[in-house]
Design a binder for this molecule. Structure first.
Ligand SMILES: C[C@H](O)[C@H](O)[C@H]1CNC2=NC(N)=NC(=O)C2=N1
Length: 97
């Protein structure tokens, strides 16, 4: 299914609301790195994100080592950053808070 990518102005405006995320132009997405007390905390966080990602039908690219979780959000159906990534990032921030 095709999804429209955000234009530069819309992306800049969205990123103002997501100070813990950085736009990666090469990856065409946004990144956040989180650290937790230990693996159980990190994996518990990932489990919560997995449930909301599945419900939204929008899935992160991510990498976990012990207590660290690196997340990249990009929209394959847009070949770039879309509102779906912004919405998921906002929800991830709530879970992480
Ligand atoms: C068929 C299904 O709706 C699509 O493949 C969804 C699933 N999850 C997805 N996740 C992400 N990150 N980008 C997508 O384009 C995407 N598309």
């Amino acid at each position: 299914m095709h999804v429209s990518p955000l234009d530069d102005a819309a992306r800049d405006a969205a990123m103002q609301q997501l100070p813990q995320w950085t736009y990666d132009a090469d990856a065409k997405g946004i990144r956040r790195i989180l650290r937790f007390a230990d693996f159980a905390e990190a994996f518990g966080f990932m489990t919560r994100v997995a449930i909301l990602a599945e419900n939204a039908d929008h899935h992160p690219e991510w990498f976990n080592v012990y207590n660290r979780v690196e997340i990249l959000l990009t929209t394959h159906d847009a070949d770039g950053l879309s509102q779906r990534d912004i919405d998921l990032a906002s929800k991830i921030d709530v879970i992480a808070a």
